[in-house]
Design a protein around this ligand. Structure first.
Ligand code: NAD
Length: 491
């Protein structure tokens, strides 16, 4: 499939600051390459602290200037226009995501409804989010109400694993709330955010409302996280970086929203529909090459069906078609980088050293046509105990750790025995088990007889070390607002 029309040979992608497309002040660029082939896609301007300063200043001017005069209805119209533009350019976004981070084109195309739906959902919230009149008990004639006001300038820092949807999860609520933003996309896949930034300008948002500054975490990211002109950081990424952001936010007591990693349990009871459970749990861990924060990486299986399940899951995994994401037949693309590939291979070796057996997978794929990319076979580790590193640490690759359990209580105990609490799955045909487990598991989402289903109206976020704040859901825009109480003594 040709893509020269969206990424001509030798192209450079610049920063978006104050409505203009500009090079980095330093003049430096960095490369972004296709993880399936190693081919150079573009040179990207490398923003650093100086560019972040300019972008934050532009966001502040827009917040206090033209954007503050937009009515909720005008914000809604701009967001609907942006949704329409993203819809019109959807094939381009699917290609950019596939080329830049490797996800299969069927997967990135399949996100159309989610991406456009999210923007339309946030457009609706522009005009429906409001304060309240409060029935106080103060003596005399006292009237009280609350106003919901935008927090100000938001610094949004995103990962590379789902560029379009994770960027929309930031842009949508920020714009609905009336805040402005500086977006720092991940250095491993910055192209989608830059293109989205261009469409934001076309959609009629004033200059400076959305600024996009790609660059590295240690320079651009950390400058944004500690910037005194930023009121809130909305961060999606690893818990390691999340901890650094908490530190950096102390400078001016920034608000924070942290969407961090996971080690999500997917619990399969003996009474589950096994065909559905194997396919659902399989794609729950191998989908997007395991590079999904809520991937169900610990599969807990009731002992009577353990061996059968492991053998079916291994069969399922070994039949998945691994290849270049641009091929519509591909089900599993490459992982994002050589660093990520080494990390995953390292974890598989650790699991085997700790006593697990690799039933299938376990190796890099270097066959003809895949040699220049970062491909790894979907891997099933059996005989895993929950205290092993492969059951406790986020691998972020296509590796399932399968653990046996005997009772529902034990399943809940194991499910909760990690520092994380992002997603969880339960497979059973007994409704009481589904409800009991849904309540017992400490995580932001529990999927029953499905895995990974998301919708703009359903809140998504973490318990425990998986972070705080929620994306999606009716309250999401509220996270970018602050409440002002007004108390009036009448006469
Ligand atoms: P990462 O933490 O390495 O990087 C995420 C972003 O933070 C990047 O833009 C990076 O440049 C930036 N960054 C790095 N160091 C920084 C610093 N010191 N200060 C400020 N910014 C800095 O994570 P990643 O490898 O890009 O993404 C994978 C991680 O993201 C996984 O842990 C995954 O679980 C998590 N994730 C979570 C969710 C969620 O919704 N909970 C969604 C997707 C990914």
């Amino acid at each position: 499939m040709s893509y020269e029309h969206i990424l001509p040979k030798g192209c450079v992608r610049n920063l978006i600051i104050d409505g203009r497309i500009v090079p980095a002040i330093s003049g430096r660029t960095f490369e972004t390459r296709n993880p399936a082939t190693g081919v150079l896609l573009a040179q990207v301007a490398e923003g650093d602290a100086q560019d972040i300063d300019l972008a934050v200043a532009a966001a502040r001017r827009a917040f206090e200037g033209p954007w503050s005069r937009f009515t909720p209805f005008q914000r809604q119209e701009c967001l609907l226009k942006l949704a329409q533009l993203v819809d019109e350019h959807f094939e381009e976004f699917s290609l950019l995501d596939t080329l830049d981070m490797g996800a299969p084109i069927t997967f990135t195309r399949g996100r159309r409804q989610r991406a456009i739906g999210m923007l339309r959902f946030y457009a609706g919230l522009c005009t429906t989010t409001h304060g309240e009149t409060l029935p106080n008990s103060l003596p005399g004639n006292v009237f009280s109400y609350t106003l919901k006001e935008p927090i100000g300038v938001v610094g949004a820092i995103t990962p590379w694993n789902a560029p379009l949807t994770s960027t929309i999860w930031k842009i949508g609520p920020v714009l609905a709330s009336g805040c402005t933003m500086v977006l720092k996309p991940a250095e491993d896949a910055p192209l989608t955010a830059l293109r989205l930034g261009e469409l934001v300008l076309e959609a009629g948002f004033p200059p400076g409302v959305v600024n996009v500054v790609p660059g590295f975490g240690a320079t651009a990211g950390s400058a944004l996280a500690s910037h005194m002109g930023v009121d809130k950081i909305a961060f999606t990424g690893s818990d390691v970086t999340g901890r650094k952001i908490i530190e950096a936010s102390k400078s001016n007591i920034k608000r924070l929203m942290l969407e961090l990693g996971g080690k999500s349990p997917d619990v399969v009871f003996a009474d589950a529909n096994l065909d559905a459970a194997v396919a659902g749990a399989g794609m729950g861990v191998f989908g997007n090459s395991g590079q999904i924060c809520s991937a169900g990486t610990r599969i807990l299986v009731e002992r009577p069906i353990y061996d059968d399940f492991v053998s079916r899951l291994s069969d399922f995994a070994s039949k998945l078609r691994v290849g270049d994401g641009i091929d519509p037949q591909t089900q599993i693309g490459p992982v994002v980088s050589a660093k990520q590939l080494d990390r995953i291979a390292g974890y598989i070796a650790v699991g085997v050293e700790e006593g697990a057996t690799a039933e299938t997978g376990g190796a890099r794929l270097e066959s003809e046509g895949l040699r220049d990319g970062f491909f790894i076979r979907p891997t099933v580790l059996a005989g895993v105990r929950n205290d092993m590193r492969v059951a406790q640490e986020e691998i972020f690759g296509p590796v399932a750790s399968v653990i046996a359990f005997d009772t529902m209580e034990e399943a809940a105990t194991i499910a909760n025995a990690t520092p994380f609490g992002l997603g969880a799955g339960v497979w059973t045909q007994t409704i009481s088990k589904a409800h009991i487990m849904a309540k017992a598991i400490r995580s932001g989402t529990v999927w029953v007889n499905c895995y990974g289903l998301l919708d703009p109206v359903i809140p998504f976020g973490g318990y425990k070390a998986s972070g705080y704040g929620r994306e999606s859901g009716l309250q999401h825009v509220e996270d970018y607002l602050q409440t002002k109480s007004v108390v009036i003594q009448n006469g």
